[in-house]
Design a protein around this ligand. Sequence first.
Ligand code: SAH
Ligand code: SF4
Ligand code: F3S
Length: 446
Amino acid sequence: MPSVVSNETRARTFYIETFGCQMNAHDSEKVIGTLQHQGYTRIETEEDADLILYNTCSIRDKAEQKVFNRLNDYKKLYKQGKRFGVLGCVAQQEGEKIFERAPYVSLVAGSASYRKLPEMLAQLERGEQRITGLDDRQTEETFETEFTARSNPHRGYITIIEGCDKFCAYCVVPFTRGKERSRASTSVLAEARRMADAGYTEIQLLGQNVNSYRDLEGKKTFAELLAAVGEIPGIRRVRFTTSHPRDFTQDIVHAIDSVPTLCDHVHLPVQSGSSRVLHMMQREYTRDWYLERIGWIKSAKRPISMTTDVIVGFPGETPADFEETVDLLGEVQYDGVFAFKYSPRPNTPAITMADSIPDMEKSARLQVLLDRQREIQRGNYSKHIGEKIEVMVEGHNTARGQVIGRTSQNKTLNFTTKQPILPATGNYLKVRVTNSFPNSLVGEAV
Ligand code: SAH
Ligand code: SF4
Ligand code: F3S
C-alpha cells in the first residue's frame, strides 16, 4: 500500500465539525475524547489541522450534496498533506461512493463503527487510504468510552440507546444508524455517577427513541432508569429525548411526578394529526392513541411542558389532513414545535411514493402551521408572568446586561439581577417572570 503521509508529517492535530441532532453532537464528544486519548490535539481551524473530520447528518434536503460541496471547498488544502474523514449519517448512507466523488477522503465511517475508531486511526497513521467503518449496522454493541470530551462542564449527554428499528416511511435513521441496541443500566448509572462526581448537575439521556430503552441486563425499565439517574446525589436536572409515542408508557409520567429532579418537559413527536397520514408514514399509531398519551402527561401532578416534531407535505397529505395537524396543535397546546417540509430520502420506503405536494404548497402549509403555533406559544408563555421559577444559568448577554437562564420546562428565561456580579454559568437561582414572548421569558432574579 503506497503511503502518502510520511512519519514526520503524521496527523497529530484535528478539526471536527458536527451537523445534525444531539446524538451526533454527543458522538462527536466521544470521537474527540477518543482522538485526544490517541495523542491528537483538537484545533479550531481547518487550515491548520492535519486531520479534518465532518460528522454529517442526512435527515433532510440534499444533505449529501452539502457535504460534497463542503469537501470540494476544502479540497485545495489536501495538497498540503491533510487527511479528510467523513463520519456520521451521510458517511453510512453514501459509503464508498464518497471515495469516488472525493478521492482525497481517507476515512468514511458510520456511527455504528465508532467503537473501532482507535483501529481506524492506526490505519490512517500507517498512511492507508480508503479506510471504512460501514459494516456494523447489525451490531449489538454500543459505543462506550471513558474519554468523552464533553463541551459543557455543567450539563452533559449520555446515550442510553443507539439505532432505530421503527422504519417510518420517510426516515433514513434505521439505515444510517443501524439496529436498535441499548446499554446496560449499570453502565449508564456508573457514567451518570462519574459525571455527578465531576460536578455535572444536569444530565440529558439520549436515544433516537430514548424510551424504547431495554436494559441489556433486564434490571430497569426506562422509567426506572430515569428515576435512578434523578436520584444520584448532586444531579439536579434530568432530561430525556426523543420519546417515541409508541413506547411512551404512563410510568414515565409517574416517574416525573415522584422524582423532583426529572424535568417538567416531554418531547413527543407526532409528525401528523391525521390518522390517515400517520398510517402512510408507518408510525403505527393513530391521532387518538397519541392524544391518550398527551392526556396522561396533562394529568400529571405538576404541569409538564410538551413539544413535538411535525412533517408537512408528506406524499398524499390533503388540505383536510393538514387541517387535522393544525387542529391538533390547538388541542395539545405545545410549548414548541419543530416543523419540517417532507423531504424524500434515499433508501426509505416513501422514496417510491410520488413527492406529490409541490414545494410552494409545502412552504405555505409550513407557514400556516408556524403562525398558529406562534399564537399558541404567545398564550402559553404569557401564563408564566408573575411566577417565581428556578433557572440554571446558561450564559450572559452582556450587551443587554442580561443573564440567560433555562427553566426545568426547557424555556429560555432572560433576566436581570441587582447583584453587582452576574451569576456564573451552571448556577441555579430563582427568577420572577415579568414579561413574555412566544419563545422566551423575561424576569428579575429574586
Ligand atoms: N426518532 C424520532 C425522530 C428523529 S428524526 C421520532 O421518531 O420521533 C427528527 C425529526 O426529523 C423527525 O421527528 C421528523 O419530524 C423529521 N424528519 C425525519 N425524516 C424526515 C424527512 N424525510 N423529511 C422531513 N422531515 C423529516
Ligand atoms: Fe426515524 Fe421513525 Fe426511527 Fe424516529 S422512529 S428515527 S422517525 S424511523
Ligand atoms: Fe441527522 Fe443522523 Fe441525527 S440523519 S438527525 S445525524 S441520526
